[in-house]
Unconditional design. Structure first.
Length: 191
């Protein structure tokens, strides 16, 4: 049995990054809900820890419920900052492993260390494939021709692993699903 390589380490860091990002989103959503209740007119949707802290300083809580919301919001701001630091550390660790692996993925425009780490972590060592086209087909990045009448066009293949086909777009299943589905209509509603 051989020791695990850098692609295994990248897979671990990719999974950790997904968990960190989910925890951060959860904390920001809770913070947003608290600020909506504390601020007249609500809170903006694109919250950062600094912006939330600035908004929270403008609130003078009155009563036990507002005091509790204020305290919880303060706690959540520190949690968001913690998640931000951990996400930056994770990105640095990914960049270091990508550099050590001598991967040329980051030479491709639009592919940074995190995306390269996600691709390599989810597909494994690319040298295990006999050809570059076999790797492209496995990862779902091989273009296929779509012909209709006299027009030919190309699109990415839907074959390959689902997680690796989403990697260049930076989305996990929950993100991709939420962005590409319409809200459900109630009975009697039309589009």
């Amino acid at each position: 049995m051989q020791p695990e390589g850098s692609t295994d380490a990248l897979a671990l860091l990719d999974e950790r990054r997904s968990n960190l990002a989910q925890a951060r989103v959860r904390a920001v959503n809770q913070l947003h809900a608290l600020l909506r209740a504390l601020l007249p007119g609500g809170a903006p949707r694109d919250l950062s820890a600094a912006k939330a802290e600035q908004l929270l300083e403008s609130v003078a809580p009155a009563g036990p419920a507002e005091l509790t919301r204020h305290a919880l919001a303060t706690d959540l701001i520190s949690e968001v900052r913690t998640w931000d630091v951990k996400l930056k550390d994770n990105a640095k660790a990914m960049a270091l492993l990508i550099t050590e692996s001598d991967s040329r993925l980051t030479d491709t425009p639009g592919i940074g260390a995190v995306t390269a780490a996600r691709l390599l972590g989810r597909t494994g060592n690319p040298t295990r494939f006999p050809t570059a086209s076999a790797f492209a087909q496995y990862s779902g990045t091989a273009p296929i021709e779509i012909a209709s009448a006299d027009r030919a066009r190309h699109r990415l293949s839907r074959r390959g692993t689902a997680s690796s086909t989403r990697a260049p777009y930076g989305g996990d299943h929950a993100d991709t699903h939420a962005r590409h589905t319409r809200p459900r209509l109630l009975p009697g509603q039309t589009r």
